[in-house]
Ligand binder design. Structure first.
Ligand SMILES: [Zn+2]
Ligand SMILES: [Zn+2]
Length: 313
């Protein structure tokens, strides 16, 4: 485990330090990056590479920031001998922990040339991201223990957040794709053919049969042409919403012809202007900007022209 923590430099962390790390549950931060992908990347399960920058404990100084040199007092043994007088005239050499290096065998002098005293270095790491075909917007892909890894901590994770760009035609909702198409009134009534380019570059041709009238905002499905579903369930569907483009104007001649062809209007009971008290009114175009709803209970100036006060009676 320790060799993993410092890139193969075994024995750099003592087991005691590692035990403390584990006991305190110290953990370095995660590295989080966004990966911009397309809807086609998801559909096809594309593979991408992401380069992350992670902080790692410097191997040159064991994360101390100081350059490690051998202790001169103990020549790196961590132990020095000192002389004790046992009886008058009789002395004995007794080992004790080196006071200079406190038993470590080395002494720090000056900043480490690798990390310049920062204790950690920035390491670039390439992550191979295999985009799942079932990925959703802002899905997080976790690469365990590939986040920051500072000395005396457990490594954090690297987290790649998938950002799926808006597609010019398809809108993904769950496992289904939604598209909108505008067709003319004639096509809506008499039938039409539409083509779609799939996200894996196939061409789909769909027909609306003549006489099978497409109503405004009607939705039709193409089974199995949506996105992949989890657990190997069947693919989602492609839903097509139809917008009907009506002619702006129509000649009286056309109207007469259409009247003959189209089903007759439902009978309307028009009151006799002369016999009944009836007022004939005009229809004008509706402009939402000029027809703001007003709240009669509101005291705000919203409903009144500027400078006009609301007078309560
Ligand atoms: Zn020493
Ligand atoms: Zn260093």
């Amino acid at each position: 485990m320790f060799s993993e923590m410092f890139g193969g430099a075994a024995g750099l962390l003592s087991s005691a330090e590692a035990m403390v790390t584990r006991a305190l549950n110290l953990r370095s931060d995660d590295v989080t990056v966004c990966l911009d992908i397309t809807l086609a990347d998801v559909y096809n399960g594309a593979s991408k590479t992401v380069i992350i920058e992670r902080k790692r404990g410097c191997t040159g100084c064991r994360g101390s920031g100081r350059v490690m040199t051998q202790c001169r007092a103990c020549q790196g043994n961590g132990i020095t001998m000192y002389t004790v007088q046992v009886y008058p005239g009789i002395v004995q050499q007794v080992p004790r922990q080196c006071a200079m290096c406190r038993g470590s065998g080395h002494s720090g002098r000056g900043n480490c040339p690798m990390c310049h005293g920062a204790c950690s270095v920035i390491e670039k790491r390439v992550l191979d991201v295999r985009i799942p075909k079932t990925a959703s917007q802002r899905e997080e892909m976790v690469f365990h223990q590939l986040g920051h890894h500072l000395p005396r901590t457990d490594p954090g994770d690297a987290i790649v957040i998938l950002k799926i760009a808006a597609h010019h035609e398809y809108n993904m909702r769950g496992i289904h794709l939604f598209a909108e198409r505008s067709i003319t009134l004639s096509e809506a009534i008499c039938g039409t053919s539409l083509t779609f380019n799939t996200l894996d570059d196939r061409k789909l041709l769909v027909h609306t049969p003549p006489g099978c009238v497409i109503q405004p905002e009607a939705v039709r499905a193409v089974q199995g042409e949506g996105m992949a579903a989890p657990h190997n369930m069947p693919y989602g569907n492609l839903y097509i919403k139809f917008n009907i483009v009506y002619p702006e104007t129509m000649s009286a001649e056309c109207c007469a012809k259409l009247k003959e062809l189209l089903p007759p209007p439902s009978p309307v009971n028009i009151p006799d202007r002369m016999a009944e008290d009836v007022e004939e009114v005009q229809l004008t175009p509706y402009d939402p900007a000029l027809n703001q709803p007003t709240d009669p209970d509101s005291d705000s100036d919203y409903a009144h022209p500027p400078g006009v006060q609301c007078v309560h009676q």
